[in-house]
Design a protein around this ligand. Structure first.
Ligand code: CA
Length: 245
């Protein structure tokens, strides 16, 4: 078992304990707000999080575009952009040199997203499927940790998304899809480690089909998304699934 190192990680982990959510995934409300039939409640880690031997999604050190072959995972990294002129480099997508301390390879994307003047522009995203096809059972885990930073004049505002069988069209459950459970994050110019508990993930308000909570047993992908009208220069490293302590 590897512990997340460093004081910064410790403070972030401590923040992860103080989970503030609304609806049925709030621990304080679970007793009066039952999870719908057939859905497993999202685990809440009252003592924080730990990394595990099989939790590595990717540290990118092999330079390829497949996620690490651990934990029965084996999906691929990809980028996507709206058809309204948003640009995400490198194109075709590949891993870059550099990264967090001690790293030789890293996920690094940059570009400019289109303005949403005519409606429909949603920006860009970079992410990975957990497995090549179908859903991935991540119910042994309780969240995702990763290191991130932005450079130059990049926007600091990035949404981290976890696509599951409810919100991804491949799951066959949504008519108005793509409103994934996620978290709006603010990155800085320095590498920092972030822990995002599954129990903190929420859909965006006001659009798409709604679901009670993310379904960790039926995950499809994770991604980082940048909305319309922004320049971005985003670095991601050491992506891991984490468990409760
Ligand atoms: Ca790396």
């Amino acid at each position: 078992m590897t512990q997340l190192p460093g004081r910064a990680a410790a403070s972030i982990l401590a923040m992860g304990v103080a989970i503030v959510t609304d609806g049925c995934i709030d621990l304080s409300k679970q007793a009066v707000c039952p999870v719908p039939a057939g859905q497993t409640p999202v685990k809440v880690c009252s003592s924080g999080f730990r990394t595990t031997d099989d939790g590595l999604v990717d540290d990118f050190e092999d330079g390829d575009q497949q996620v690490s072959h651990v934990g029965d995972r084996g999906g691929y990294w990809f980028t996507s952009h709206d058809p309204n002129g948003s640009v995400i480099d490198p194109s075709p997508f590949k891993m870059s040199d550099g990264g967090a301390a001690g790293s030789k390879k890293v996920l690094h994307v940059s570009g400019q997203t289109a303005n949403d003047n005519s409606g429909g522009a949603w920006g860009v995203l970079v992410g990975a499927n957990f497995v090549e096809q179908g859903v991935y059972d991540a119910s042994d885990y309780s969240g995702v940790s990763f290191k991130a930073k932005v450079s130059g004049t990049s926007t600091k505002n990035v949404r981290f998304n976890v696509a599951d069988a409810s919100t991804h069209p491949d799951g066959g459950m949504c008519k108005s899809c793509w409103n994934h459970f996620g978290k709006d994050m603010t990155f800085t110019g320095e590498w920092q480690e972030y822990v995002v508990p599954f129990a903190e993930l929420q859909q965006q308000p006001g659009w798409g089909d709604r679901f009670a909570a993310v379904t960790p047993s039926k995950l499809i992908a994770l991604n980082w998304a940048i909305g319309p009208g922004r320049a971005f220069d985003l670095w991601i490293d050491d992506v891991q699934l984490v468990s409760c302590k």
